[in-house]
Design a protein around this ligand. Structure first.
Ligand code: NAP
Length: 227
């Protein structure tokens, strides 16, 4: 399957390589591929400059947001939450129409420093904003509740006995994403939270996730449910 991965950060890179490793054909989207190819700086998290990463992962295609949008029959939004609507506009509404759009972003507001707050919460979510702005896209919120490496390798902690959520209004789209999560990346426990308004809880969990990361002093953890 051709997949467009919007986002050049740790999440976009991880998802793109994770898709490539299970036989898909990912293209990473960015605002300006030439500028991206010239980057020499590490990001705020200390990740290597994109060209260095790409040299080690040459099977991953790179294009503009619009080229990645056109390439994918499924699209991942792995852009900064504050810029996601802008990035999706650049990807092009026509390139999203009728496609499953997996929204991995979080609505983090760093304007007051760390830890961030959320710029939308409680009665709305970024996923719902995206769905309202692009009504033809089949938005599924998922994978935003764990750190990037675990998204494509849940067995890296706890033997994989932990959960990933899906939220969305389109049952078939959630089914496609759940299949990819289970059969592609080995998620044993995919929990359907319900319609897209359930993304509010998944996004608001970030406030707890950030504090857990501080207390545990690692991002390598996830939610495991006992019932
Ligand atoms: N890091 C994690 O482990 C993790 C886990 C779960 C969820 N998330 C969420 O996943 C998303 C991606 O996180 P990340 O850490 O990989 O990367 P990030 O630094 O949050 O986002 C990088 C991407 O955002 C794009 N971007 C930034 N400003 C933009 C603007 N004004 N217009 C258009 N695009 C813009 C960048 O485009 P260019 O390529 O053009 O620079 C780049 O592709 C975020 O929403 C984050 O909250 C992260």
């Amino acid at each position: 399957m051709n997949v467009g991965v919007l986002g050049t950060g740790m999440v976009g890179r991880t998802l793109a390589w994770g898709l490539s490793e299970i036989g898909h054909d990912p293209m990473i989207g960015t605002r300006d591929p030439a500028a991206l190819a010239g980057r020499t700086d590490r990001d705020a998290m200390g990740n290597q400059p994109f060209p260095e990463w790409h040299a080690e992962h040459p099977s991953v295609g790179v294009g503009t947001f619009a080229e990645a949008g056109a390439h994918g029959s499924m699209i991942f939004n792995a852009t900064s939450g504050a810029a996601s609507l802008e990035a999706l506009h650049l990807a092009g509404e026509a390139n999203l129409d009728g496609k499953v759009l997996v929204d991995v972003s979080n609505p983090l507001d760093f304007s007051q420093g760390f830890p961030p707050s959320l710029f939308v919460a409680n009665t709305d979510s970024l996923a719902e904003q995206i769905q309202r702005t692009f009504p033809g896209a089949r938005v599924v919120k998922s994978l935003n509740t764990m750190s990037a490496p675990l998204m494509v390798d849940p067995a890296a902690v706890g033997g994989g006995e932990h959960v990933v959520f899906v939220s969305g209004d389109d049952a078939a789209a959630k089914g496609d994403v759940s299949t990819l999560l289970r059969d592609g990346w080995g998620w044993q426990h995919v929990i359907d939270l319900g319609d897209l308004s359930s993304a509010r809880g998944a996004e608001m969990y970030l406030l707890l996730w950030l504090r857990l990361m501080g207390s545990l002093d690692t991002p390598r953890f996830n939610i495991s449910l006992v019932r």
